[in-house]
Design a protein around this ligand. Structure first.
Ligand SMILES: NC(=O)c1ccc[n+]([C@@H]2O[C@H](COP(=O)([O-])OP(=O)(O)OC[C@H]3O[C@@H](n4cnc5c(N)ncnc54)[C@H](OP(=O)(O)O)[C@@H]3O)[C@@H](O)[C@H]2O)c1
Length: 367
């Protein structure tokens, strides 16, 4: 007779729970590290560049694109709960699939034979919207998005990562969860997609040069309903699913639980920064063009205000905010499945933005 598979509530043979956060310096991973340490978990935090020292956290430096590097770094470790929030942005979806599914596959292979009870994978709404190459372009499910929608008939690195997760779970006997997030509001510097810091940089540059804070996106985004995901709430959700039997082996959407219209939100963000604003006025005005060539302006104001990061390209991800706010469809997300399974976490999105800006100010990343 074979042993019953471990469940997400299982502990290691020594009775301890140990977390491994993969992508620990990212916008989602760093919130997980904070949440897990606050809950008293010992945390292994994996990325290439080590993050800041923190009590209860051991930093592991490994390259997920190198199976040898992973095997060597993880050989002496024995995590029970794995939180996968890493990704590597590539030029084509074919490359995204090969690299990002490969990183997850090699990570899970390096953990084979250890006490892993649960693996939580973060993905996103591109599961429903399609990959960057075919973003919000083809036929897609009606909004609000529900978890049971069939996959779109186009290759997508999230699908490839899910398939790696399902295969390893079946082979190794751990439980899994998938967390489909909308745009994340969270704390990171130098990462690929960070709308909060991008809008803070835009507002700061505009205020300094006496220009209005212009909404860059589409008419649909300005007027339609939308939602977002606070990184702290996402961390709560991933921890909840990892330790709740009713949530094992399921995919869940994760958003804040409120909806808003950008035409309501934008003046509130402008008021925080004390800058005049303009809404949608006949056509999108993408940040990639409007904010081009501002590197020296940022470096100069960073020096004047004594800011921690003088490089604008490590603060703003214009391309990502343009693509999110430029969508021509309304994007809202259903949370019913999580609520039915017992997750009742909630954030007010306007508060999530403003408290994030307070934090970036306290860290001297914006004046
Ligand atoms: N950000 C959003 O708004 C958002 C919204 C919805 C869904 N998502 C999805 O969520 C997932 C995570 O994205 P994120 O935005 O949280 O990521 P992120 O902030 O860009 O962080 C990525 C993390 O992965 C690490 N990493 C990247 N390449 C690595 C490598 N080769 N070896 C080891 N570590 C590596 C990075 O650290 P180092 O560079 O130091 O190694 C960093 O810690 C992605 O699938 C993304 O599509 C993101």
């Amino acid at each position: 007779m074979t042993a019953a598979p471990a469940t997400g509530t299982a502990t290691a043979r020594d009775g301890q729970r140990r977390a491994l956060v993969v992508g620990a310096t990212g916008i989602a991973g760093s919130a997980l590290v904070e949440k897990l340490t606050a809950e008293g978990w010992p945390v292994l935090a994996l990325s290439r560049t080590p993050g800041a020292e923190r009590d209860g956290v051991r930093r592991l430096s490994a390259d997920l694109t190198s199976a040898e590097s992973l095997a060597a770094v993880l050989a002496p470790e024995n995590p029970t709960h794995v939180f996968f929030t890493a990704w590597s942005r590539r030029d084509t979806e074919e490359e995204n699939i090969s690299v990002n599914a490969g990183m997850l596959r090699d990570l899970l292979a390096a953990l084979r034979g250890k006490d892993v009870a649960h693996v939580a994978l973060m993905t996103g709404l591109k599961h429903y919207l399609g990959p960057f190459e075919a973003y919000a372009a083809g036929e897609m499910a009606d909004t609000p998005f529900h978890e049971e929608e069939p996959r779109l008939p186009v290759p997508n690195f999230y699908y490839a990562q899910e398939d790696e997760l399902f295969a390893a779970a079946a082979e190794q006997g751990f439980t899994w969860s998938v967390h489909r997030s909308h745009t994340v509001i969270g704390h990171a510097v130098g990462n690929a997609m960070n709308m909060g810091l991008t809008l803070a940089a835009q507002a700061t540059l505009c205020r300094e040069s006496g220009e209005p804070f212009v909404f860059p996106g589409s008419e649909t985004q300005w007027n339609g309903l939308t939602d977002m995901t606070d990184a702290g709430l996402l961390a709560e959700h991933m921890l909840w699913a990892s330790t709740t039997p009713a949530a094992a082996d399921e995919a869940f959407n994760i958003v804040n639980g409120d909806v808003f219209r950008w035409r309501w939100m934008w003046p509130r963000l402008a008021a925080y920064f004390g800058v005049e604003w303009e809404g949608y006025a006949g056509a999108p005005r993408p940040l990639e063009q409007a904010m081009a060539g501002r590197e020296d302006q940022w470096a100069e104001l960073a020096q004047r205000h004594g800011l921690a990061e003088p490089r604008l390209d490590r603060v703003a991800s214009w391309w990502h905010t343009d693509s999110d706010l430029g969508r021509d469809i309304e994007v809202v997300t259903d949370m019913g499945k999580s609520r039915d399974a017992g997750f009742t976490g909630y954030r007010r999105t306007s508060d999530a933005f403003l408290s994030l800006f307070d934090r970036y100010r306290a860290d001297n990343l914006i004046p």
